[in-house]
Design a protein around this ligand. Structure first.
Ligand code: NAD
Length: 286
């Protein structure tokens, strides 16, 4: 049978999660997605109304099928974690079973197992603030939504991942080089995510034969990136300075994810792979 993928962090057709879903679907995988609860209604109704049909087209002309959309809020591990104000929030009240543990249980109940887990989500409420002006609360929120969310996802999905499975997250070079503007602790969150990629590769590899990798992606005009405020500048900078002077397409990241999830990458784990037109290799701008 074909492989089954759960992709956390898809709420429109502009981001990396969507592109990864498409590349995996094109390679024959069955696609399940986890969508942030507050974005769920719009995403599902847009899907139903055909708003994404143009972007659903796969290389063979068929349309990507999303077998099921699961509500997810990756900052909560189980129902006991959910504070009262969220429980009673209008945007959450209409959905259920959206903590990480419950989402994994729902997938298990519906499908039994998965082969591929993708974490394509991040959130830093103070991302527009320099690190020196970031509050403790904002910093920890960035780490919770963007780093621990991955530990939690893997922890809860590993029991339903088939041996030989593959897990992928998305990171950004601001973890290791100074990128002014990527604030609020988001640079710290990506550093944690990359370090965790190595430790999780060891633990998940030894115990469950699962590979764990991260893609360090170049700039893409996604919804999340537009919220940071400097995305056009970053795209222009890359166009001018990267070894490959072309705009990076989300599909190129999607295709790398499909490679990493496939047996072609069977010896690759604990790695951070750059998909950025080579910008990471430059020492100075030119
Ligand atoms: P995106 O907006 O398509 O994806 C981010 C998703 O995270 C959204 O769907 C949002 O609803 C979801 N999300 C936020 N908080 C959540 C939560 N608590 N629980 C569940 N879902 C939540 O934007 P994107 O840029 O494609 O981001 C995907 C990944 O790629 C992120 O990890 C991001 O840091 C990374 N990345 C992006 C760029 C870029 O330039 N866009 C570059 C490198 C890495």
């Amino acid at each position: 049978r074909g492989k089954r993928a759960f992709i956390a962090g898809v709420a429109d057709d502009h981001g990396y999660g969507w592109a990864i879903a498409k590349s995996l679907a094109a390679a024959g995988a069955e696609i399940l997605v986890g969508t942030w609860v507050p974005a769920l209604n719009i995403f599902e109704s847009s899907l139903r109304r055909g708003k994404f049909d143009e972007s659903r087209v796969l290389p063979d002309g068929s349309l990507m099928e999303i077998t099921k959309v699961y509500p997810l809020d990756a900052v909560f591990d189980n129902p006991e974690d959910v504070p009262e104000d969220i429980k009673t929030n209008k945007r959450y009240a209409g959905s259920s079973n959206w903590t990480v543990q419950e989402a994994a249980e729902s997938v298990k109940k519906d499908f039994g197992s998965i082969d591929i887990l993708v974490h394509s989500l991040a959130n830093g409420p103070e991302v527009t603030k320099p690190l020196l002006e970031t509050s403790r609360k904002g910093y920890l929120a960035a780490l919770s939504a963007s780093s621990y969310s991955y530990v939690s996802l893997l922890k809860h999905f590993i029991p339903i991942m088939n041996p030989g499975g593959s897990s992928i997250s998305l990171t950004y070079i601001a973890s290791e080089r100074i990128i002014p503007g990527y604030g609020g602790g988001m640079s710290s969150a990506k550093a944690a995510l990359e370090s965790d990629t190595r430790v999780l590769a060891f633990e998940a590899g030894r115990k469950h034969k699962i590979r764990v990798n991260s893609i360090s992606a170049g700039p893409l005009r996604s919804r999340a990136a537009k919220a940071i405020g400097f995305i056009d500048m970053m795209i222009d900078y890359s166009l001018v300075n990267a070894p490959l002077q072309k705009e990076l397409s989300a599909e190129e990241v999607g295709n790398t994810a499909a490679f990493l999830a496939s047996p072609l990458a069977s010896a690759i784990t604990g790695a951070v792979i750059y998909v950025d037109n080579g910008l990471n290799a430059m020492g100075v701008g030119v």
